[in-house]
Write a protein that binds this ligand. Sequence first.
Ligand code: PHE
Length: 441
Amino acid sequence: MLLSRSRPLYRFTFNGWISTSPSIRKFTNTPSSIRVLEETYPTDDYTNLTPSILSKLSRRLHAQKGHPISTLRSLVESHFPDFSHLSSLSPVVTPYQNFDSLSFPADHPGRAKTDSYYINKNAMLRTHTSAHEVEIFSRGIERWLLTADVYRRDEIDASHYPVFHQMEGAKIFDTDASSIERVERECQLLERQLAASNIAIEDVQHMSETNPAQTSHDMRSSEVTAKNLKLCLNSLLYKLFAGVAGATKDDPLRVRWIEAYFPFTSPSFEVEVFFRGKWLEILGCGVVLQSTLDRAGVANKMGWAFGLGLERIAMILYSIPDIRLFWSEDARFLSQFTHGKIDAFKPYSRYPPSHRDISFWKSSSDMHDNDLYDVIRDVAGDLVEDVAIIDRFTHQKTQRHSLTVRVIYRSFDRSLVNEEVNVLQNRVVSRLRERLGVEIR
Ligand code: PHE
């Protein structure tokens, strides 16, 4: 199971910290410096990294042979054999790398401390693999795949975890006529291969008024770049999903392209795959913004990039029901898998959940739901399966905000006894008081 074998079951002695808005910060006890991957960083009022997140930085699931995340990575890499395969870039980046180098506007919500993990004002955990685009392009690498762990403050449930893995793929090329012709020929080849595959693609225009080509690109090269992107990804998705999501003799694999928006690509798309009666969002992509390439010193090139989430795909391919399982160090999980092979996960237990409700007054209106999730995760780790806000109201006279929160506890390897859950819950309650200054109702 996740905690008990290799780590103490309750991290009660662990002095967790969390700091958020100034009004909430007065309740915290953030140390003056923290160590992250062998480096010491001073803290400031941006610091909101928690010990439970910190403990994930060295796990590198994508490099653990046999782990589903690592097998999936190899599978994607094998689809792009002539690309550079990168996987060792540090998760610590600057906000410039994560946002500015990709033309995120100054007021983009992703920059907020409530959404991202900051070590301090000038250092953060990457929220996506795109954070490395400028750096990699500027090394002169024109075709690459990067696999990495990424971090986002988020809710807690079976498919959301504050750490997950992404693969970024990118290809850039010269814009002279003969290079563009080469890309066109490659498209023709891919088109022929896909025509012989059992795949049904719902496409969207390469560009439109709402999803425009960039002003510095002529129509033909923008068109062919988007087309090449779509063909490369359709054939990747066919490789990954054929036989799993439909794609039997009668049922084709269904893939759907949708117009999207990212600050660093135009045109931009999202791609969904039809699986068990639902469309699942698999990846985001687009034609790389010229300003990214300018910053990387390759202004004379153009090309595409995509970013896909590995957990989402692995959960489908391996029938893994809960995202926490990827972090399991239990042999009953890990020994099921052989590197390079995709076999359905066999659940080894399903112990009963146990839930506890808690109602409280918020100490200030700028306490964010994500502050709550981080405190709970820091106390209960992977024993918490789900946190749901089941009631929310504002007192008419005092204007104070009240929340009722249901925490669902469940372990993968044993039944949690009531006393144990009570201890956890009490700890959660006192941590919420200490760290966020809430008043229990
Ligand atoms: N980085 C984007 C995300 O995490 C995905 C993306 C990558 C979109 C590359 C466009 C190009 O959502």
